[in-house]
Design a protein around this ligand. Sequence first.
Ligand code: ZN
Length: 671
Amino acid sequence: MKLHAIIFYSVVLAGSLMATPGVVDTTCSTFAKVQTVGLAEVCWTEGLWADRFELCRTQMVPSMARLMQGTNYSQFYFNFEILAGLAVGKSRGASFNDGDFYKLLEGASATLAVTNDARINVKLDEGIAVIAQAQATNGYLDTWVQLHQRSGDTNVAPFQNPENFEMYNFGQLMTAACVHYRVTGKTNFLAIARKAADFLCDEFKVPTPALANNLICPSHYMGIVELYRATGEPRYLDLAKKFMAMRELVKEGVDDNQDRVPFAQQNEAEGHAVRANYLYAGAADLFLETGDTNLWNPLGKIWTNVVTKKMYLTGGCGALYDGASPDGAKDQKHITRVHQAYGRNFQLPNTTAYNETCANIGNVFWNWRMFLVTGDAKFMDVVELALYNSVLSGGALDGTNFFYTNPLRVTDPMPLELRWSRTRVPFVSSFCCPPNLVRTIAESADYAYGKSADAVWVNLYGGSSLKTKLSNGETIQLAQETDYPWNGRVRIKIVACDTNEFSLKLRIPGWANGANVRINDSPADDSPKPESYFEIRRVWRSGDFVDLDLPMPARLMEANPLVEEDLNQVAVQRGPVVYCLESPDLPAGVRISCVRIPPDLKLTPRFDRHLLDGVVVLEGKALAQPDENWSGKLYRDFQPAEFKPVSVKFIPYSVWQNRGPSEMSVWLPMN
Ligand SMILES: [Zn+2]
């Protein structure tokens, strides 16, 4: 156990039980089957997630704070300072920079739940004071719009142009303020969010089609519903309902914004994948409070569409840089341009996969809320899949470089030049993903557990501790010890509990065939089934322990044959971790495109603590053909190749491109 883990562990164990809610608070949600645990009730103690949290706290948050306070790349904090009258200058940067700055504040706030770092606390208060000073007296707050107006730009006014992303900025403000309030107990940030929400209640009192156009990139459903939960103010829930109903007022809606078809009639994921997943997450949030079947029915259909036809093996969402939707439709007049978007069914290109980090994080948000409604393990499987693969891949191991897109294959040269970099970079003009990754890692422990009246749900495996109280009054303290995801052995210790009976529910992932559970060294009565929660109900005593063994062989995966891009190819997955082959791990002269996988490929797992901050690699023998010059040729007569054995080493997809520019592929052709 690393030193920081021991410190975290002692903080949580020594601290008194804080009744702070989680990022999403379903304590009073009528239609929630599972309640979230408090941000301060849980923390990672050792292993991959503890390391990532520590990287986030010590590297990602401070370096991003420097970037956003500075003006080298763009303006984030400085725009607020100008608006507050504390600095002189003009608005600079993307119209959604405010929202991305709020995400950083949210992430920094979330780290306080574990470390209570006084300096961060003070810094946050300073920033929040400037935001408060920048907010208009009527509650409106959007530095891009306000500063452009102030500089005399008569073309700019509130809610005139959806591309100003005001609702996105408001939504991120509300979510960040709720997290800050829950962690610190302070109401300074929350007061700004309330003032903004009160403004929106007034501004949107009479819904119009023009106002409805602004409901794009909708972080605002999650934000406003959370503000309702944090304040208990019913008009905020009414506002969220109104915003959902208003979508139908949009004239000439488009799939890119998911408003061509009324939400209740949607059954496929369409359009911009971040906007889509945020909408689905927000609709699920609203369902948790209202039980409105006009939200739940489409969500179920869209979810099935995504996981059976549109999601990458990595949990990534959004196949297309640019495209058309509904592509190939008989109804030609409805076809419109989409970007950064879900593609057609089974359209999952690898090299040009968009898979924006924000969309993959949105997939986590959405599935987390679907799980909270149902307690169904299939949703947590997607949360876990996305977190380990297409979310973590968004950041470098140095904590300061980021991917905007997460393709499954990169070659050199590429078949075409793409808009975004094939290597991680410190900054992109669309700086939405990096702070999103910061807050997601900072809050990741919150997904690990859930609770219901007399049960603790163990959703994610990783060295962690939990101290929480069930609604039946039972106080429970657990410690989880494991090297997961590097092996499937997990021990959960009951550190302390009262004398009441309660259930421990262990998630058995869909891939975990042959899972085994032992309680105090004795076999459990039943065998766990994949893609379900295994319930152990008994009167627990301090010192009891449960051992879960999830067999984790390296598996060769294949795709539905309708996915043209994966025909006759296989990928490697072990537990929740998707692997890839990267050029630094191939012998000299062997290119990624030369490698062929024999159907009887044997892969041996080996933990390499010195590689990529410590990962399990999978080693074996594949085949390689000589590298050939295809320059200037599209086709030729078939020429049988001479294959030679070649040693291959697969690494987790999420850590590729941490050793300089490289070639990489998740899917590889069969021999
Ligand atoms: Zn993004």
